[in-house]
Design a protein around this ligand. Structure first.
Ligand SMILES: [Zn+2]
Length: 458
């Protein structure tokens, strides 16, 4: 391997037509200080003399039929190494076509037209964007400006197209995701691998049908289970779009619904107590976790410490205290514990009994029972089938985290792109991200334009 090839390898370039200038004593780079912050930069110099086969203007076969028309020197940013910024001063040959007299410059696939970012550096940007790092930090690590990172990622985001030909898995988990104030998206996750399948910006019934109808029917027929929550919006379109699938209400959501009712009844009760220093008030206010804990996980043989009132009490005594105050709360609490028990023993019969014996009490639980009744068939599936939405909760946490790292994304397009970048199956993105970038010039702001690279590979 020649020295030139070694240098190419070490700076991440691949075009062998780039010839580095090596001084008589063997130096091929120099350390200089640049910029207002006087940071250290490793500078390389090289020449590029690639003659294209055809004239880019008139298509004339060049092979020797051209003039040399001077050189242009441009500065390109290379990937960082050892924390140094690396810069390449590239002297490019200019040619003139014999036929049309137009001039053009030597091109290399390692660089993009109208951008000083080299492809290996772009690769570094995308690679870092797959991790939970803010754009600002990416810019800092790679010694480029924040706005440049933002612009590059924004272009990638704009060019993104969903790949509807990708085959769907047998188990799909769907959920809504809050990505901006009052803006909910709709996400689909592979229930077996927990890779994100796709995230869509809206979640209305019509939109969901529209998104899903882009997948072939044969593809949609592959899906056997769709795990979802009890959001009334979804179940209808999901049933239509996945004709072979059983809809399963996520077990977590079944419990969560009853739990929220207990919470809300507790808070309502708390508000009716005027004496904020009373024992019951303090007990209710400071021990909310106790009132939603599964009773089977509470040791009733031992007194436990209750915050707020600062006393040891037997759990059942604490409950009796509140039950005596509000029969409504008593009923809601009992129903919630019964739902938990039915879940634990995986008995749908037990669950049905809860519904049939319920007596409306004008509390939050009324609505919960109604929702249960409305979704009974899908809830039954939850008791009988295995798939559950546990994974989606993890994904939602990560989506929130991605938003937090960026201190909230002003631009939801960029946010979605980062979510996809970070949550799609990484193997696929790594493979040919760079190969799929084109050199087309973007007319609006003259920086590189991305093609629908991900849609082609994912
Ligand atoms: Zn020409």
């Amino acid at each position: 391997m020649s020295i030139n090839d070694s240098i190419l390898n070490s700076v991440g370039l691949t075009d062998k037509n780039i010839k580095f200038l090596i001084s008589d004593n063997g130096d091929f780079n120099e350390l200089v200080t640049l910029g207002h912050d006087q940071h250290q930069v490793l500078r390389y110099r090289a020449t590029l003399t690639t003659v294209p086969e055809h004239c880019p203007q008139c298509g004339f076969l060049l092979s020797g039929h051209f003039y040399l028309a001077g050189t242009d020197t441009a500065s390109y940013k290379l990937p960082t190494a050892n924390g140094y910024q690396q810069i390449l001063l590239l002297t490019k040959q200019r040619y003139q076509c014999l036929r049309c007299k137009n001039t053009f410059i030597a091109q290399s696939k390692d660089f993009m037209s109208n951008s000083t970012i080299s492809r290996p550096l772009l690769h570094q940007i995308i690679d870092l964007a797959k991790r939970d790092i803010s754009e600002k930090d990416i810019a800092y690590i790679l010694h480029i400006s924040h706005s440049k990172v933002n612009r590059l990622l924004h272009h990638a985001a704009k060019a993104y197209r969903t790949n509807y030909t990708k085959s769907l898995p047998t188990v799909i988990c769907v959920d809504e995701v809050l990505y901006a104030k009052h803006h909910y998206g709709f996400e689909m996750i592979n229930g077996t691998t927990s890779d994100l399948i796709e995230i869509f910006p809206t979640r209305t019934s019509i939109d969901i049908r529209r998104y899903l109808s882009n997948y072939d029917l044969s593809n949609r027929q592959r899906v056997q289970y769709v795990v979802t929550d009890m959001n009334a919006n979804y179940s209808a379109p999901l049933r239509v779009m996945f004709p072979n699938a059983q809809i399963i209400i996520d077990r977590f959501h079944i419990i969560q619904l009853a739990m929220k009712a207990v919470q809300s009844t507790r808070i309502t009760l708390q508000r009716t107590i005027n004496n904020k220093r009373s024992r019951v008030y303090k007990l209710l206010k400071s021990n909310w976790q106790f009132f939603i804990t599964d009773q089977s996980k509470i040791d009733s043989t031992q007194p436990r410490w209750f915050k707020g009132i600062n006393e040891y009490l037997y759990p059942q005594d604490a409950l009796q205290l509140i039950f005596g105050l509000s029969p409504k709360f008593k009923q809601d609490y009992k129903i919630y514990q019964a739902v938990l028990r039915a879940q634990r023993s995986r008995s749908f019969d037990e669950f049905s009994v809860i519904l049939s014996q319920y007596k409306p009490s004008h509390s939050a639980m009324d609505q919960v029972i109604l929702t249960y009744k409305k979704n009974l068939k899908s809830i039954r599936n939850a008791f009988l089938q295995k798939p559950s939405n546990g994974r989606i909760e993890g994904i939602n946490r990560r989506i929130k985290q991605i938003g937090r790292t960026a201190y909230g994304y002003g631009n939801s397009l960029n946010y979605f792109f980062r979510i996809r970048l970070q949550l799609f199956n990484r193997k696929h993105i790594n493979a040919s991200f760079i190969n799929l970038l084109t050199k087309k010039t973007c007319e609006s702001d003259k920086i590189i334009r991305f093609t629908s690279y991900i849609s082609q590979t994912l």
